[in-house]
Design a binder for this molecule. Sequence first.
Ligand code: DP6
Length: 334
Amino acid sequence: MRKVTAIAPANIAFIKYWGRKDEKLRLPANNSLAMNLSNVFTITTVEFLENLKQDQIKMAGEKLDDKSKKRIVDHLERIRNLANIKVHARVVTKNNFPKGTGIASSASGFAALTLAATTAADLKLSQKQLSILARQGSGSACRSIPDGFTEWRAGNSSEASYAYSLYPPNWWDITDIIAIIGETPKKVSSSEGHVLSESSLFYKPRIEGMRAKIRIIKEALKQRNFKKFGEIIEEEAVNMHAVMMTSKPALFYWLPKTMEIILAVQDWRDIDLPVYFTIDAGPNVHLICQGKDENRVSQKLKSLGIKKIIINKPTNGARIISKHLYDGTRAFVG
Ligand code: DP6
């Protein structure tokens, strides 16, 4: 047994996952495409210890509610089953993004937990197996395992549903500037939202159009065609939010400031600042621009009165940052 620490990035989906064909296995209705983010990550340490009566889970600086704890324990249980062990674990986890930013990344959390816990349990899993396992904790976590720009293949079974790297981080110098707007946790979590998606009249046409969108974005990524890329990611974000807003009950994640930024982005493009937006299940806006325009976009956001921004470049997926081998009492760095 070892004590293992892993780090994993959050990721921003350009073509999104909203709706599942298998609830329990978290099989998504469609393929999705994302980029790992350099400045929003989770660091998690796991050790399995003989003397523990139950799993101990601590999140630095935050109090975990029972539901979140159970989700982590369920994930540890999957890993114990795979490793054929019964020992409980001590888990300490920390997000680098400050509490109250409205960013709650289950993706970075479950990717870091999957890598740290499987390594601590001496399982030697391939990247594909890690992605499959992370997906069962949180769907989007499977995209935080491989490097850079990733595609999650929806698949029709658990073994066929995983993410892989399309391109490494240095493939394209683009930047994701997150404008932090929401300070409170969202009322309806992504997990609950996925279940509601099918109640929208727009859900079916959305899913039918997904293959074409994936094809277009892959072409744009291959050609590094920023305009084509930007147009498709904006269309996609609005399309997903249209489904959310027309679900029963309706989900409105946007705040007035969200809309203000959307309109400003359109104006900025008119004055020759190529920048596009995408938005996940929350009010924060991700502004995607080319590296050369990063400062201009940040300045523009500040001029709108946005006080908190997080600047991200494409980055690698989950990795181990330390391993200790145990002889019972003392630890050896391994
Ligand atoms: C809007 O991966 O958070 O960010 O599988 O229930 O944990 P669970 O859902 P989650 O959903 C992500 C939704 C999204 C779009 C995306 O990242 O693709």
